[in-house]
Design a protein around this ligand. Structure first.
Ligand SMILES: [Zn+2]
Length: 153
């Protein structure tokens, strides 16, 4: 199983931003160091979060604002990082890709992270989406498996 590793700082930033953006779906880009060439993903250690406006302005859909995406691209380049994936929130539903999320997943090498806000505690999950197929990834936050991490952060 492919793993996604996230620092506890980024985890806290992402969850805080998702809560802040309610009632809309929140979105943003995730970045980190590049993996070796030829890997099935661009890298799997997230160390930076770039919050973005949801250009769809919706509680059910998200579109990363193109200007915010561009700003993230420029910043990661300056820092010697790469965009590893995208994160968005589900305000009422489970953190599993919707049919639209699956249809519109632009890059099979990205990590697709979803924060579910439908339960008392935010729940984060990570997936790869390739040709309509969704595969969940193990998510480690600050070295802890996510189920343990959410209890202490
Ligand atoms: Zn979604």
């Amino acid at each position: 199983m492919v793993m996604l590793v996230m620092t506890s700082d980024v985890y806290a930033e992402v969850v805080a931003y998702c809560l802040e953006r309610l009632p809309e779906e929140a979105c943003g880009m995730l970045a980190g160091p590049a993996a070796e060439q030829g890997m099935a993903y661009y890298g799997n250690e997230v160390c930076a979060f770039y919050p973005a406006r949801n250009a769809a302005g919706s509680a059910r859909l998200y579109t990363v604002d193109p200007l915010d995406h561009l700003r993230a691209d420029r910043d990661v380049e300056m820092r010697g990082l790469v965009i590893l994936g995208v994160v968005h929130s589900h305000t009422h539903t489970e953190p599993y890709p919707s049919p639209v999320d699956i249809d519109q997943a632009p890059d099979p090498k990205w990590h697709y992270v979803i924060v579910g806000l439908g339960r008392p505690l935010p729940t984060m999950r990570a997936y790869s989406i390739h040709a309509g197929q969704v595969i969940e990834k193990e998510l480690l936050i600050g070295g802890l498996r996510h189920e343990h991490a959410q209890l202490i952060i």
